[in-house]
Write a protein that binds this ligand. Structure first.
Ligand code: ADP
Ligand code: SF4
Length: 690
């Protein structure tokens, strides 16, 4: 289908200094956990974004000097000429598909502890390092020589960036990650020299570095300034009035303004805490202060929302990190009038967790993300079938749906049998919990795609027994039957069941999601530590329960630190009146109370409760696997060649892991056996001479 003319505006070229981007789709810098370690994997991933139609594709943060690095996070480095070839690999991959390459030069200052280089970090003032881990390190206040050094380092990095093939060179003053923001904000700048005090003084370094970068980049390249319009800490930090003045005073100096919120957690809020386009009130009016193009983000997946940003004069370029991760081909799909094919970001921040865990980026919606080079996966393409094999997929949750979809895309004849009256498995159930409706996009996208595949048959209300599976007689059986939450207290704290008196009403998340609800004073025992405990607390409060959330961790939903949500969740639960009991494990469930034990001393106390919800471990739904294994002798007569459990039915994990498992089955199906060989490519560091 030709594209809808309403979206023509998104495909207009935009001038960025001496350059022109072919359209308004701009992949802003984003971290990915690959960086300097997985160079070719990273370059390939960026190249696929360019292939998908993004007019500009940027790197993540690039450390410009060894006196400021952010170990353990794995970003890019441009410390000297040795780093140029690795950086050039990415710019070349971007250029190959006709996009402009942007590079985000970063000097993190008081945001990096320098654990790798052991250099003393520097910033505007003597202040503790502001990392996520409370490192016992302080930054020292920079003197005039340090400032001169920093300016030279940035200039040299800009020159190297151009040699590495980058078109747009960033001056980064955003997300509280960068020394230029630390100078700009009175929160972190208490200097009394010409770099502190008034706003004009605080912005001096930003102006100087921007001027230096303009000069270093020369006539052929462009300079972007990335700035945070609000630090979200009230009057003690940067707010719009000051930023208006900064932009007004430097309006025409850079070739592009890139507007963000600060910190990263605020800019990349999950869908649970912010809607698409939620940055709008913060950026409104700023574009009018400059004639230079302005880019901003807002988890934009809807072309109508994008057009609105342009028409309302809020932005010139539609910035995206997560929407480009979930669907690297988003621009192409809009251009080709294939809106129904867009794989919309669900705003879960599993992608962010890659960076936080120093693991290659992954995405709930796009299982190929991070696997483009090491496994050769592509977000839109997959190898055609190698045989006429037929596959039965049992279970239509995220694992089964993606498995059936990807096998179907390959051309295999697939039957998907789902026990319930609707598809989606846990995604369907969980997306009905408070404020996570966007998660249903994982299901909806796949149902939409399955609808196009005549070779995939979907059967609802079809709970399969082992006998029926054998009778069906598909050559290959995929068991994607999911998992169930445990009732016995076993998870991380207790590895053996705890004593439970059957007189106390006891529920699991499965019960609550199925509508079997507790009432009165409900104790939630959360030894899972991801989102479920917090979501159930919200749900039960909304239903009128008095909720006490007990966790052996020192904070609620502890793992959501990796999705940058933990503080938002804890604040929301406190606002809702949930009573939070940390550092305590439930050690016994009695008829009329819960016994809780201190996680450190083991000292116990009693908590009266009307019911308990156990958010602990899950058990894979293994019944079919077991029964089919027991009946192995019946396989050959029934024509069954292989049976394999995937996703939560193999080992419960995230929705992202389930989608990945489904994709992996389909990618590797029918492939020659690789024995003990590595199932992916990797890049081994070349050895330097001794
Ligand atoms: P995953 O995350 O691994 O995809 P889910 O729990 O989300 O797992 O989905 C599993 C799906 O499998 C559920 O929708 C469930 O109803 C379905 N299911 C479980 N057992 C059977 C069965 N015997 N036959 C058909 N479908 C099943
Ligand atoms: Fe969006 Fe989640 Fe994918 Fe990140 S992991 S891009 S938030 S769907």
């Amino acid at each position: 289908m030709p594209r809808d003319s309403r979206y023509d505006v998104l495909f207009e070229p935009v001038k960025i200094g001496p350059l022109t981007t072919k359209n308004r789709f701009y992949q802003v810098p984003h971290c990915n956990g690959m960086g300097y370690r997985d160079v070719t994997a990273l370059a390939t991933m960026r190249g696929i974004k360019a292939e998908g139609g993004w007019g500009v594709v940027c790197t993540e943060q690039v450390e410009i000097h060894p006196s400021s690095e952010i170990t353990p996070f794995i970003e890019l480095r441009l410390w000297d000429d040795q780093d140029i070839p690795a950086l050039a690999r990415t710019s070349e991959a971007i250029h190959r598909h006709g996009a402009l390459a942007g590079i985000e030069l970063a000097y993190n200052g008081m945001n990096g502890s320098n654990f790798y280089t052991r250099e003393v970090p520097m910033g505007p003032a003597h202040l503790p390092i502001a990392t996520f881990f409370n490192d016992p390190v302080q930054a020292r206040a920079m003197d005039k020589q340090d400032i001169a050094d920093l300016r030279r380092w940035h200039r040299n990095a800009a020159i190297r960036a151009r040699r590495a093939g980058y078109d747009i060179v960033y001056v980064y003053a955003a997300h509280a990650f960068c020394v230029l923001q630390h100078f700009l904000s009175r929160r972190t700048n208490d200097r009394s020299d010409e770099y502190g005090g008034s706003l004009v003084n605080r912005m001096r370094l930003l102006r100087e570095v921007t001027e230096d970068t303009k000069e270093a980049v020369g006539d052929g390249g462009a300079v972007a300034v990335r700035i945070s319009v609000d630090e979200m800490v009230g009057e003690s930090g940067l707010q719009k009035e000051e930023i208006q003045e900064v932009i007004s005073r430097m309006a025409e100096l850079p070739d592009l303004w890139d507007l963000t919120l600060s910190g990263w957690d605020q800019d990349s809020r999950t869908s649970r805490f912010a809607e698409e386009g939620s940055q709008e009130p913060f950026i409104a009016g700023l574009k009018a202060l400059t004639t230079k193009p302005v880019v901003g983000v807002g988890r934009f997946t809807s072309p109508d929302a994008m057009v609105r940003q342009i028409r309302k004069g809020l932005l010139d370029l539609i910035g995206a990190a997560r929407p480009s991760i979930a669907d690297p081909f988003l621009p192409k799909k809009i251009e080709e009038g294939r809106l129904e094919d867009i794989r919309e970001c669900i705003g879960c921040n599993i992608c962010v967790s890659g960076d936080f865990t120093q693991a290659p980026i992954r995405c709930t919606q796009n299982p190929t993300m991070g696997e483009e080079w090491r496994k050769g996966w592509h977000p839109e393409r997959i190898a055609p079938k190698r045989s006429e094999a037929k596959v039965l997929v049992v279970g239509g949750g995220p694992a089964g749906l993606e498995c059936a979809r990807a096998l179907g895309q390959r051309g295999y004849e697939v039957t998907l049998a789902e026990a319930r009256g609707e598809l989606g498995g846990r995604v369907t159930l969980e997306s009905k919990l408070p404020r996570v409706a966007a998660w249903a996009r994982v299901r909806d996208h796949r149902i939409q795609q399955l609808g196009k595949l005549a070779n995939v048959g979907v059967y609802l209300d079809s709970a399969m027994t082992a006998g029926q599976i054998l009778e069906f007689g598909a050559g290959h059986v995929v068991l994607a039957a999911g998992s169930n939450w445990r009732r016995d207290g076993v998870a991380r704290f207790h590895l053996k069941p705890i004593p439970v008196d059957g007189a106390m009403p006891l529920f699991t998340p499965d019960d609550v999601m199925a509508g079997n609800l507790p009432g009165g004073h409900v104790a939630i025992y959360d030894d899972d530590h991801y989102y479920m405990g917090g979501l159930l607390a919200e749900k039960l409060v909304a239903l009128g329960c008095a909720v006490t959330l007990i966790t052996p961790a020192s904070e609620v939903s502890n793992w959501t630190r990796n999705t940058m949500e933990q503080h938002f969740i804890q604040a929301r639960l406190l606002e809702l009146g949930v009573s939070i009991v940390t550092n305590r494990a439930v050690s016994e469930v009695r008829a009329d109370c819960i016994v809780i034990a201190c996680a450190f001393t083991g000292r116990t106390s009693e908590l009266p409760a009307d019911a308990i919800v156990m958010v602990t471990a899950r058990l894979p739904n293994e019944r079919l696997t077991r029964e089919l294994t027991e009946r192995r002798g019946d396989w050959a007569p029934a024509g069954v060649i292989s049976v394999k459990a995937i996703g939560d039915a193999l080992a419960p994990s995230t929705i992202a892991a389930a989608v990945y498992a489904g994709r992996r089955y389909a990618e590797e199906f029918d492939a020659p056996a690789i024995g003990d060989a590595l199932p992916f490519r990797r890049e081994v560091t070349g050895l330097a001479p001794l």
